[in-house]
Design a protein around this ligand. Structure first.
Ligand code: AMP
Length: 219
């Protein structure tokens, strides 16, 4: 059996985690596990979970550790996660990082990649970000006036996420600084942290991540 490859990607909202995660998941043939995507799908489907978390997501607040920990634990029981997974948007608090160690075991995580981007740049990226409501394609740094509103991948509606509006962006970045930034020390102290300059072009970031993985003998 091939060894499991579990990776965590950290970075402020708008640092490029979604884009890089999709590429990494494809390269290493592991599922892209985004708790934000799972929660947004539940909201869209109006499932009991979706109804419970809808207003929290819209305001840019965090849902409870217990709830997301359970979601992630269940996700790792699915067959496609037998090879591991690329975690995006989880963990977001020390409590979640500790839960992840319980779920995967102490040496379960191979590496935590931190996409380092200044706050001014992510604020600008988030305000001009649009996403396809159907397939999740991300349109970054768009000319908001010029965009047609139709996804070039699937023809779905391209929209601004409610939590990419200014008040929610502010709240999400504050939550990041307060709750998620301490995870950098958490993973650094375990020798598992690699920081990459996330302000480079997407292709250059992908190359820098590949180099970091290669240097550690992961790929
Ligand atoms: P994201 O797409 O990762 O920015 O997540 C969108 C929203 O989903 C967040 O603003 C939170 O409301 C919620 N969310 C996603 N992941 C988590 C998590 N690990 N812990 C708490 N809330 C989360």
């Amino acid at each position: 059996m091939t060894a499991r490859l579990n990776l965590v990607i950290l970075g402020k909202q708008g640092a490029g985690k979604g884009t890089q995660s999709k590429r990494l998941a494809q390269t290493y043939k592991i599922p892209h596990i985004s708790t934000g995507d799972i929660l947004r799908a539940a909201v869209k489907a109006k499932s009991p979970l979706g109804l419970e978390v809808a207003s929290i997501l819209e305001s840019g607040g965090l849902v409870s550790d217990d709830l997301v920990n359970r979601l992630v634990e269940q996700r790792f029981l699915e067959p496609d996660a037998a090879r591991g997974g690329l975690l995006d948007g989880f963990p977001r608090t020390i409590g979640q990082a500790e839960a992840l160690e319980r779920i995967l075991g102490h040496d379960g995580i191979k590496l935590c990649i931190n996409l380092d981007v200044p706050v001014e740049l992510v604020t600008q990226r988030l305000s001009s970000r649009r996403v396809c409501q159907e397939c999740g394609a991300i349109y970054s740094d768009v000319d908001v006036e010029a965009i047609s509103g139709t996804c070039s991948v699937c023809g779905g509606d391209v929209i601004q996420r409610a939590d990419d509006r200014p008040e929610a962006i502010q709240k999400r970045l504050e939550a990041y600084e307060r709750d998620t930034e301490p995870l950098l020390k958490f993973y650094e102290s375990r020798g598992l942290l690699e920081s990459v300059d996330g302000s480079l072009s997407p292709d250059d970031v992908t190359r820098a991540i590949a180099q970091a993985l290669h240097a550690r003998g992961i790929a």
